[in-house]
Design a protein around this ligand. Sequence first.
Ligand SMILES: C[S@@+](CC[C@H](N)C(=O)[O-])C[C@H]1O[C@@H](n2cnc3c(N)ncnc32)[C@H](O)[C@@H]1O
Length: 240
Amino acid sequence: MSVVPYKDKDGSKREQVAEMFDNISPKYDLLNHVLSGGVDIYWRKRAIKLLKKQQPKVILDIATGTGDFAIEALSLKPDKIIGVDISEGMLAVGREKIAKLGKQDIITMQSGDSESLSFTNNYFDAIIVSFGVRNFQDLLAGLTEMNRVMKPGGTCVVVEFSKPKSFPFKQLYNFYFKYILPVIGNAVSKDSSAYTYLPESVQAFPDGEAFLEIYKKAGFINTKCIPLTFGICSIYIGQK
Ligand SMILES: C[S@@+](CC[C@H](N)C(=O)[O-])C[C@H]1O[C@@H](n2cnc3c(N)ncnc32)[C@H](O)[C@@H]1O
């Protein structure tokens, strides 16, 4: 059974995820940086650097949220970045940030579901997604859609939480993730479930080799996993 944010409510995972991110959107950026000690910024930077050589001109940022990954991708000097997300609340915060940066001519953000994208086949030079795929209702369907809209020769970069494996980091991290992070996250965001859903969804998510298997099934080739920070997070690269 898939992990959902609100176990006592009806509604699909997609609906519940959109509702949860709408609820936490005003505090999302703050909590992200505080709860990760700022290391999330490094993870996104590291991932975008992997696209430097390819120099993609048209980029799709899936599950763009408040736009941090799209903003990081500006360093690649693309012509266009389109961010899509199912949460209007997250998109509203993102649009404000992009307007403040004066980058609306390059980054546009629109409502959209990764599992049924409105773009034509083979449109994007690169696809990026940070901390989004874990929330998909159907992971294989979402990744297959991403593959469909990417040009042959393009690169897809996925950043997602993974599970550290080695002692004592695994134990310390599990304690923090299970007992400390939910207390702070739920209190500050004022959503009683969002930061309980976070560790539960990471626990249930296929990481490392298991993710690569699904990535390949979705059509990606030359796939590779790069674990970061003792394996708390991983980058998954794939090409078409
Ligand atoms: C943890 S946030 C990540 C936001 C941003 N990429 C970042 O790095 O901060 C996850 C985002 O995924 C979005 N999301 C979840 N499922 C989605 C789907 N099927 N299609 C598009 N966006 C989705 C959520 O609404 C949320 O904004």
